[in-house]
Design a protein around this ligand. Structure first.
Ligand code: B12
Ligand code: SF4
Ligand code: SF4
Length: 252
């Protein structure tokens, strides 16, 4: 059954796949796997390699490459989940690249489900110094989605450690968000990676509320407001991938 499922997934164009037993997914800050699917037994993790255009000097091309990847990942997950239900009579729950997540006041920027821990459990990589998962072939240039299922699947073998501790990712982070080993400073990273994300939106709205009507008019017709709207409409616009791009692992 594992081989049949794997072949179906790879034929869709997904770059790699791994299987984990529910018990092997260990992420203390995430919700229990059974909260997504009470009859859960396994997690199927899908790996997608971004297009080379994601490293284009043009932010428009890079952003579009990631948006394409996000759409492909969403559609692939859905097709695979439908295939599992149809062909294997399975129960499934699909977990996304990033959103939606259960936003709570005490869980800001913490997702319900950890794709990184799922990827490690499914033998698709190991953690690096940049707190990202390094895939044996693609290095850090890889994004994950997962499907939780009630099927009992033979787990994939775990990966060895790949990080060479060269420190390039830490040195190339413009926000110094990776200085403390094992921790990403979320606020620092966000300020560089999502200049048109939620925090920027709140800052803009606060400034607008404190401004005179004529100033407000200028703010609402300016480029910053248009950027915020574009980002909110299309999904988060990530403007920094330095940690991911500076890692030499996986480069041919
Ligand atoms: C919210 C979020 C962010 C937030 C906050 C991240 C954070 N809290 O660390 C911000 C905006 C900062 C962010 C930034 C980035 N993100 Co992000 N992000 C997410 C998202 C949606 C949820 C993360 C989360 O809260 N998970 C729940 C927590 C409990 O688990 P966790 O993710 O595994 O995080 C913890 C552990 O990893 C642990 N940890 C870290 N290192 C190590 C090492 C070891 C050995 C162990 C045991 C644990 C451990 O510390 C983390 C915090 O508690 C995930 C998708 C997802 N659902 O997983 C993507 C995800 C983690 N992001 C991803 C990427 C690519 C990025 C960016 C490069 C993109 C960008 N430009 O913004 C940067 C990289 C920043 C970095 N070097 O850490 C990818 C990572 C792929 C990979 N190869 O690993 C993910 C998995 C998206 C995906 N579907 O592929 N992200
Ligand atoms: S995405 Fe950019 S700001 Fe965030 S940790 Fe990586 S290099 Fe630093
Ligand atoms: S850049 Fe170097 S230190 Fe950072 S994750 Fe890659 S190999 Fe490890």
């Amino acid at each position: 059954m594992e081989e049949q499922i794997k072949n179906y997934i790879l034929d869709l164009g997904v770059d790699d796949v791994g299987f984990a037993r529910m018990e092997d997914y260990q992420s203390p800050k995430s919700y229990a796997i059974t909260s997504f699917l009470p009859s859960a037994k396994s997690v199927i993790v899908l790996a997608y390699k971004p297009l080379s255009s994601c490293e284009s000097p043009s932010m428009t091309a890079a952003q579009n490459g990631y948006l394409d990847l996000g759409s492909f990942a969403r559609s692939s997950s859905y097709q695979i989940a439908r295939y599992l239900e149809r062909t294997h009579n399975a129960k499934v729950a699909t977990l996304p690249v990033a959103y939606p997540l259960d936003i709570q006041d005490d869980r800001k920027a913490i997702a319900d489900f950890s794709q990184r821990h799922a990827a490690v459990a499914a033998g698709l990589g190991s953690f690096g110094r940049h707190n990202l998962v390094i895939h044996p072939r693609f290095g850090t240039r890889v994004i994950f989605t997962s499907i939780i299922t009630n099927l009992s699947l033979q787990p994939s073998p775990k990966c060895e450690e790949f990080c060479t501790h060269c420190n390039l990712c830490v040195e190339n982070c413009p926000a110094r968000a990776l200085d403390e080993e094992g921790k990403t400073d979320v606020v620092r990273c966000l300020s560089h990676s999502q200049p048109y994300g939620l925090i920027a939106d709140i800052t803009f709205q606060m400034q607008r509320l404190g401004s005179q009507p004529e100033e407000q008019k200028q703010m609402l017709t300016g480029a910053q407001y248009a950027r915020l709207r574009q980002s909110a409409h299309l999904g988060n616009q990530y403007m920094c991938y330095n940690c991911l791009k500076s890692c030499p692992l996986g480069l041919a």
